[in-house]
Design a protein around this ligand. Structure first.
Ligand SMILES: Cc1cn([C@H]2C[C@H](O)[C@@H](COP(=O)(O)OP(=O)(O)O[C@H]3O[C@H](C)C(=O)[C@H](O)[C@H]3O)O2)c(=O)[nH]c1=O
Length: 181
């Protein structure tokens, strides 16, 4: 597996080794020892999630104010534009974002640390999005930042307005939101 830092250095891109043959392919989607060795992180994942979304769906930008979750995200079917935003007010990169394409074809994964908001836009007809989290879902602590917050300025590859949940359509502006110290 290859691990590289994104423009926001705490966000990591993981490129697993893929073993292809005439039957198809094999890859280790997660190996605790290798993850710790290559990322230098000491994390325990407690929850695995799977969501399926149609083309044009945008989920995010989400974070848990308390019980913040680190997320290791990947796409096993389709293609998404995946985004992480630094929500730590003490960070010199507060409000800055990075975006990468995750797909069934590149097998790439993104480590989104606690302290960051996360969201993705589905580029393919449908996408199956799988991720591991370092803390449990806590809806009472969940917050949402508007996907189109002008102060963040995410350049979503949007051919048309996104499909949003009611919650995401009511996302807060970063300037008004309680985030992290
Ligand atoms: C996240 C989550 C949701 N749910 C239930 C709650 C709702 O009844 C239903 C859909 O929840 P929601 O609309 O919040 O799902 P997403 O919009 O995919 O939320 C996720 O989307 C962005 C991209 C994230 O990074 C977060 O992991 C998470 O906020 O699943 C659970 O039971 N457990 C969970 O961990």
């Amino acid at each position: 597996m290859k691990v590289s830092r994104c423009a926001l250095p705490e966000v990591l891109l993981l490129e697993p080794r893929v073993f292809g043959d005439e039957r198809g392919f094999f890859l280790e989607s997660y190996n605790a020892r290798q993850f710790a060795e290559l990322t230098g992180l000491d994390v325990d994942f407690v929850q695995d999630n799977h969501s399926r979304s149609a083309q044009g769906v945008l989920r995010g930008l989400h974070y848990q104010l308390l019980q913040p979750q680190g997320k290791l995200v990947r796409v096993v079917r389709g293609r998404v534009f995946d985004v992480a935003v630094d929500l730590r007010r003490s960070s010199p990169r507060f409000g800055q974002w990075v975006g990468v394409e995750l797909s069934e074809h590149n097998h790439h994964q993104l480590w989104v640390p606690p302290g960051f908001g996360h969201g993705f836009l589905v580029l393919s007809e449908s996408a199956d999005f799988l991720y591991k989290t370092t803390d449990y879902y806590a809806p009472q602590h969940e917050r949402c930042i508007a996907w189109n917050d002008p102060d963040i300025g995410i350049e979503w590859p949007l051919p048309s307005p996104p499909v949003l949940s009611d919650k995401d359509a009511r996302g807060s502006l970063l300037a008004d939101a309680q985030t992290y110290d």
